[in-house]
Write a protein that binds this ligand. Structure first.
Ligand SMILES: NC(=O)c1ccc[n+]([C@@H]2O[C@H](COP(=O)([O-])OP(=O)(O)OC[C@H]3O[C@@H](n4cnc5c(N)ncnc54)[C@H](OP(=O)(O)O)[C@@H]3O)[C@@H](O)[C@H]2O)c1
Length: 492
């Protein structure tokens, strides 16, 4: 906002009226309605006072966008604090409305000393820019902390319908539900994104699984157990855990209840971001290797080696004793996948991968990318009796009746054909996540045989979750994309 805009008289007239109305409402409702002044309108008070030249202390509002507290800073002036400050501090508990229409019941208190020092750099919303006011006051600007008064609410990014993430996700307050007898409640510290997340948000699988809205997305999560159902004996409050919560999702919220059969205690060596990056992709990699029969001495090709599932598949194949792992990735990721243990890298951007490999020389091909050409290329490099294991399909991931009709006959034909001639098995794999499988993945981590590569970490805000989903959708993820909560909230 420029100075000339602030000085236009129609601007000030409008804002003065707005400020009066706010004050009246605030007093008449004992702070219930006027507390909305924590949004942009409070700025009106500031402008009015400044313009009219009254010696009044005026507020600037700064909101910290963390899920745990809101910080408000009031600009000091030449006299005492403004009425809104006194009114707010007189409230033991009051309602505020945050950006995005989120309402919270909060307890206000003034932060001082070390706490104020720590909070000050976190004041993220400065409007109008504080520089405009430099020199007006030498007094310390008071920082007010608004702590949640109501522990039964959580903030979550939720899906309201099918569509692209930015169109159908929003940030809302939700109740924290008690866990069922067989569930544990997890305070989510990090979640990771898998392609299935944006595919299901966009409705690609709605023919198979219909979601009830609002739905909290992100299947993969890591966090701390804060409550256990009465039949849970294996886990306790305080355990650091991770899980693929299957169709339950919930990674984009602060709390989620997860069936105990899906939950493993995190490997001690991992932080929450790494632990959240493991469940879905790690279990898929291990299951695919199991189905491929990979073990000591195997020669394996991994197509899509630099992605979420691929990075784990390469490492676990080596840990299982594979004699030779050929990674298929783009050339720019060649040194990365070599670092995972791949013995050889084929650049898929330089041509079909089979043209770079000796014919009939591999026991198994893991297809983590999809497309008919992978099957055709794999047949050329597989030995007789070899296994082609795919976690993807021949077409893009939108499940429709038309696609099902097109896809079923060739898949059936491949499976029938695998019983004759060269007997190359065609094995589609769909993960059914479980604690047992995740425990097996974790043991590779504990043994120092499996590392997690986090491509990028996003904030757990609406913007962060949308950006993380778009990152995954780009199809160029190296390792995993993660959404992580700040460590400051860990103790709650
Ligand atoms: N069936 C199941 O149960 C199951 C479970 C998990 C995942 N999935 C599916 O499996 C697929 C992979 O999942 P993900 O989590 O690994 O995905 P991801 O992390 O998004 O994979 C991205 C990677 O794919 C690589 N890639 C793209 N085109 C390629 C090609 N033609 N050849 C080789 N690499 C290629 C890219 O590597 P470069 O940039 O180096 O090309 C990128 O690193 C997704 O379609 C997902 O939906 C299925």
């Amino acid at each position: 906002m420029t100075r000339s805009t602030r000085n236009s008289s129609s601007f000030w007239d409008l804002h003065r009226q707005g400020a009066r109305l706010q004050k009246t409402l605030f007093r008449a409702t004992k702070g219930r309605v006027g507390s909305k002044f924590l949004g942009a309108p409070v700025l009106l008070l500031d402008h009015v006072g400044r313009r009219s030249g009254e010696a009044r202390t005026n507020p600037l509002i700064y909101l910290d966008d963390s899920p745990d507290l809101v910080v408000v800073a009031s600009k000091g002036g030449s006299d005492a604090h403004p009425a809104w400050f006194h009114n707010l501090m007189a409230m033991p508990v009051t309602d505020v409305e945050l950006r995005g229409g989120i309402r919270r019941r909060v307890r206000p208190r003034v932060a001082s000393g070390a706490e104020r020092e720590a909070l000050w750099p976190r004041l993220v919303e400065v409007f109008p820019p504080y520089a405009d006011y430099a020199g007006y006051t030498e007094r310390e600007i008071p920082v007010i902390v608004l702590e949640p008064a109501d522990p039964v609410a959580q903030r979550a990014v939720v899906q309201h319908g099918y569509g692209t993430a930015h169109a159908v996700l929003s940030s809302v307050d939700l109740p924290i539900e008690p866990p069922s007898p067989t569930q544990v409640r997890v305070r989510v510290r990090a979640a990771s994104v898998n392609p299935i997340d944006w595919q299901m948000i966009e409705g690609h699988r709605r023919l198979l699984v219909r979601r009830r809205f609002p739905f909290v997305p992100l299947f993969d999560l890591a966090g701390v157990v804060t409550a256990v159902g009465r039949e849970v004996t294996r886990l306790k409050v305080g355990d650091r855990v991770h899980a693929d919560n299957k169709l339950g999702g919930g990674g984009a919220g602060e709390f989620v209840n997860v069936e105990q059969d899906l939950v493993s205690v995190m490997p001690e060596s991992l932080g929450f971001a790494e632990a959240a990056a493991l469940p879905l992709a790690g279990q898929t990699a291990l299951l695919a290797l199991d189905k491929a029969g990979v073990g000591a001495g195997s020669r394996v090709v991994v197509i899509g080696a630099s992605g979420g599932v691929g990075t784990y598949a390469v490492q676990i194949a080596k840990a299982l004793g594979a004699a030779h792992v050929t990674a298929v990735s783009s050339g720019r990721n060649a040194s990365f996948v070599r670092g995972l243990g791949a013995d050889e890298v084929v650049d898929h951007t330089a041509g079909r991968f089979d043209s770079a490999l000796p014919a009939r020389s591999f026991d198994a091909v893991l297809d983590l990318v999809g497309g008919r050409e992978q099957w055709e290329a794999a047949r050329n490099v597989l030995k007789d009796g070899g296994r082609f294991v795919t976690i993807s399909r021949d077409e893009d991931d939108r499940v429709t009746f038309g696609a099902a009709l097109r896809l079923a006959p060739p898949i059936l034909a491949r499976q029938v054909r695998s019983r004759f001639g060269r007997r190359i098995a065609y094995v589609p794999v769909f993960l059914d996540a479980s604690r047992e499988l995740l425990d097996r993945v974790d043991r590779f981590v504990d043994a120092g045989q499996l590392r997690v590569h986090v491509d990028r970490v996003y904030e757990p805000t609406l913007d962060g979750v949308v950006a993380a989903l778009e990152h995954s959708k780009s199809g160029r993820t190296v390792g995993k994309v993660v959404v992580r909560w700040e460590e400051h909230a860990e103790g709650r």
